[in-house]
Design a protein around this ligand. Sequence first.
Ligand SMILES: *Cc1c(COP(=O)(O)O)cnc(C)c1O
Length: 396
Amino acid sequence: MRQVPFFRVDCGGNELRYVEEVLRSGWLTTARFAARLEEEFARKVGAKHAIAVNSCTSALHLAAEAVGVGPGDRVLVPSLTFTATAEVVRYLGGEVVLCDVDSRTGLLTPEIVDRSIAAHPGLKAVMLVHFAGLAADLEAIAGICRARGIAVIEDAAHAFPTRYPGGRVSVGAGSSSFCCFSFYANKTMTTGEGGMLVTADDALAARARLMRLHGIDRDVWARFTDPRRGWMYDVVAPGFKYNMPDLNAAVGLAQLERADEFHLARVRLVGRYLERLASCPFLVMPSSPDDAREHAWHLFAVRLGEDAPIDRDGFIRALGEAGVGTSVHYRPLHRMKYWAERCGAEAESFPNAERWWNRTVSLPLFPGMSDEDHDHVCDTVLGLLSARPTATAGRS
Ligand SMILES: *Cc1c(COP(=O)(O)O)cnc(C)c1O
């Protein structure tokens, strides 16, 4: 039987060649390749500063530290996200305020942010997640926050390459304090493990660079290459160990070379999904910008309609039996033991995140997916949903 995984990484470009170059150079950790990845990534998204780190979680932590999140500070986080978005607030002793998301897009909206600010005066920062790779309305949300001295940190783990509404600017070139990308193995580009922190603010960038490597006042590559007193340095803060090794950066450079190709492949596969599945009466398609190319399409999450002849768990099980890998994004944070206890969050306060959790399934989507694999997914989905809905007792 045909097996279609949820995701398969493609390292068929220059990855091996660049990794070999690093291995032969004798310098495996942060150096030329990491610096080149920073430069080229910054150029790609139009960012002023790009700071390579060992994960998006590290980037989020550095961002929250640099904007001054500290003990007792409250930070707004959408419940529909991965736990990393929230946990970094706790690293710094801050408190997470969970909020619901828009039912159609899964995003924070200016209205939700406005309402949350009114309900929780004194918020220190907002974590803005570009869910699935669709851009949130940064311009409006940053405007609301700027007026009140609230920092906006973008979790762009799904959003490379994404453009903001209107398509003019890439996610990462906008007016937030920081924007954090993930190069985890199953993201739209990878370094195995890794991330990138970008900002337009010189002072914030300097702080994040300092804290990325132990709070040492000179980076290790600069010390190594400095002919004078390379051994001399000072420690000015209790920093972290978040630098990206060159071995990982080498993979990232090769991936970045193919970013447009990867993106176009995703856009094409999404177009194919919409063509095949949009007319199915039991499925709601993910919301797409008018120009589908603005969306990174990290995820293609379909929602099962209330009348669907099969529930979420049954749908996933049957797809699995037909060899189709799926995933669910996400079991919301308010349903997680730690966050429920810490934030005292009740499911009734998150009706939209609840609906995402109960009714959406992410289908396979990766650049190397063949048309035959894609057809198999579509045929299986349509087959499972072709049965007429069974009349529920008591329904007229
Ligand atoms: C993957 C992911 C992260 C964490 O990224 P890492 O690079 O694994 O640390 C954070 N937020 C979201 C929304 C993610 O999907």
